[in-house]
Design a binder for this molecule. Structure first.
Ligand SMILES: Cc1cc2nc3c(=O)[nH]c(=O)nc-3n(C[C@H](O)[C@H](O)[C@H](O)COP(=O)(O)O)c2cc1C
Ligand code: SF4
Ligand code: SF4
Length: 253
């Protein structure tokens, strides 16, 4: 049996969640990173393998591009599904990810909605934190132990799904500190940054802020965008109250 952590994760929350869950099952986890543009990992599974799959909630749904990339994953195998969300709501995203993986012929044994630091503003900074990671590790272990015990998995959400799953409308700026190292160009999930490392095609950019988080010179930024600053301030205030992670296991009803 091999345990995989498969994810789309521009700012790292979904990766953290997937690895924490998988660590409750095995010390030897194989990562399948679907975040980078045009660099989908090769994957085929044995029927007793376990795939922990994780992706962010974008506007109440799983980001569309993540679902497209996850089409490369085909069962039969076991699956644990996780969405990470920025303390607002996960709406239909968990139901969407669970239903998608079932349709790909996976036996989805459990699911979780995990709070992660929001992309925008300063909301739940540092989450998933060490306490979240420990809870996710225990959930992974319990999920593994539940395999073969029967029951059905029920998660919140409704179908038809709400509109969503696309990116935002904030395009980062590039400051004078840019040294043209090319890191952001290589790491942008959608290939929105030109070879000059400075030009961003706003019609392609999904506002995931990966470039802002990874730039070693802090040259990709939203500083100077007054519209973003005003939005971030009121959004941070609105979502200040901490939400807890939710866990779902198969049950007999
Ligand atoms: C375009 C966009 C839309 C988002 N929509 C939601 C949302 O509907 N609900 C929510 O709670 N968080 C939302 N978030 C926050 C992310 O879901 C959250 O930060 C997530 O953990 C990021 O995952 P990652 O670090 O794996 O990229 C959104 C973020 C972006 C960029
Ligand atoms: S990662 Fe930062 S320094 Fe490197 S090219 Fe991008 S903006 Fe410039
Ligand atoms: S350019 Fe846009 S899509 Fe690319 S990493 Fe930056 S915020 Fe994300």
């Amino acid at each position: 049996m091999t345990v995989y952590a498969a994810y789309f994760s521009p700012t790292g929350n979904s990766r953290k969640a997937a690895l924490a869950i998988a660590s409750g099952i095995s010390n030897d986890v194989k990562e399948l990173d679907f975040t980078r543009f045009g660099a989908a990992p090769e994957c085929s599974f044995a029927s007793d393998d376990i795939i922990v799959i994780a992706a962010p909630v974008y506007k109440g749904r799983v980001y569309k591009g993540a679902i497209e990339r996850f089409s490369a994953l085909k069962g039969p195998a076991y699956c644990i599904a996780a969405v990470t969300y920025g303390n607002r709501a996960y709406d239909d995203a968990l139901l969407e990810l669970v239903s998608f993986m079932k349709a790909q012929d996976f036996d989805v044994v459990s699911a979780t909605a995990v709070v992660g630091q929001h992309t925008y503003g300063n909301i739940q900074e540092g989450r998933p934190d060490s306490a979240d990671a420990e809870a996710l590790r225990c959930f992974g272990k319990a999920s593994y132990e539940s395999i073969g015990k029967g029951g059905e998995l029920y998660v919140p959400g409704s179908y038809p799904y709400r509109e969503g799953g696309d990116g935002g409308n904030f395009t980062p700026l590039t400051g004078d500190g840019c040294v043209s190292c090319g890191l952001c160009v290589r790491q942008c999930p959608v290939g929105a940054i030109g070879d000059d490392c400075r030009t961003i095609d706003s019609s392609v950019c999904i506002s995931c802020f990966r470039c802002i988080r990874i730039c070693p010179k802090s040259a990709k930024t939203m500083d100077g965008d007054d519209g973003y600053a005003a939005f971030a301030e009121s959004f941070t205030e609105k979502l200040a109250r901490r939400k807890e992670n939710e866990f779902f296991m198969k049950e007999v009803r």
